[in-house]
Design a protein around this ligand. Structure first.
Ligand code: GLN
Length: 282
């Protein structure tokens, strides 16, 4: 089959399920993955004969997209903070609002900040983007999931950075291996009751353990991490959180109760309360 015919076959099979621009963009991404053709190549080489094996790969991708599996999982990769990342259903797909958090951390880091810790690293996106952009800093990252840590380690190699990964159940621990200058976490924060507002592709495919918390105790990760940070954050160090847009007041109150100061709340690109920075002071 020619690329031109493959494109028609592809679009026909997704018609009505996605907007046509999105279908076209899926097609270009898949051609890039399987044929290593750029968008321009794809347009210019319309008559290129696609092998049986590659046509089969497109049929498999179509099947997954028809079931609304996120394109990032179908491709097995995504981009975060301008860097390539492998993603599997073992990890959350990195979100644009988390890029904004990384940006905020980078602006706030100075030469006195030498050791960083990312708790609940998932794909490793925060830790790796920081390691890449703050080369003088030693970055550590933890996760409860062995599978996620495997993906994160591959991503560190892929991006040629060193991150010290370790497996840790943060809720079940009262110690950390050392003190840090910056502690960061984007923990699970979506309440079960918010599920109905979420897209089917998130609910059906992304790991629930990375997303959801019980309605009666939605800040359990924040409370635990704040308590640990009190003992393991160096003076003048920062604690950064990504937060649930509906729970900013509650997170601030929690941090005040734990004696954190200079608590700053920041909105994301959509104007939603999304991240918090604070310190223990001198
Ligand atoms: N922002 C993510 C979402 O709504 C949730 C991330 C998280 O729970 N840490 O899909």
């Amino acid at each position: 089959m020619t690329i031109e015919k493959l494109k028609i076959y592809f679009a026909h099979n997704l018609e009505g399920l996605y907007p046509s621009e999105e279908i076209e963009s899926f097609f270009f991404l898949l051609v890039e993955k399987h044929l290593n053709f750029s968008k321009v190549d794809t347009v210019l080489k319309k008559q290129y004969e696609v092998s049986e094996r590659i046509t089969q790969q497109f049929t498999e991708a179509l099947n997954r997209l028809q079931h609304f599996e996120p394109i990032q999982y179908v491709l097995g990769k995504t981009e975060f903070y301008g860097l390539p990342f492998k993603v599997t259903p073992a990890t959350l797909i990195p979100r644009p609002e988390t890029e904004e958090l990384v940006d905020w951390i980078i602006v706030n880091c100075n030469k006195n900040h030498r050791a960083l810790l990312d708790i609940g690293t998932g794909s490793g996106c925060i830790a790796i983007a920081l390691a890449k952009n703050l080369p003088a800093v030693k970055v550590s990252a933890m996760d409860i999931s062995e599978e996620a840590l495997k993906v994160a380690s591959e991503n560190a190699i892929y991006n040629k950075v060193t991150v010290n990964f370790s497996k840790k159940d943060i809720l079940g621990t009262s110690t950390l291996p050392q003190k840090y200058d910056v502690i960061i976490s984007n923990p699970p924060y979506v309440r079960n009751s918010e599920k109905e507002m979420m897209q089917k592709n998130v609910l059906d495919f992304e790991p629930a353990s990375a997303l959801f918390v019980e309605d009666d105790n939605p800040l359990l990760f924040y409370s635990k991490i704040a308590k640990l940070a009190k003992n393991y954050l160096n003076p003048n160090g920062f604690l950064f959180f990504e937060i649930n847009e509906y729970l900013s007041k509650e997170v601030i109150q929690l941090l005040e109760r734990e004696s954190f100061s200079e608590i700053e709340l920041k909105q994301d690109f959509f104007g939603k309360d999304r991240m918090i920075k604070c310190t223990l002071g001198e």
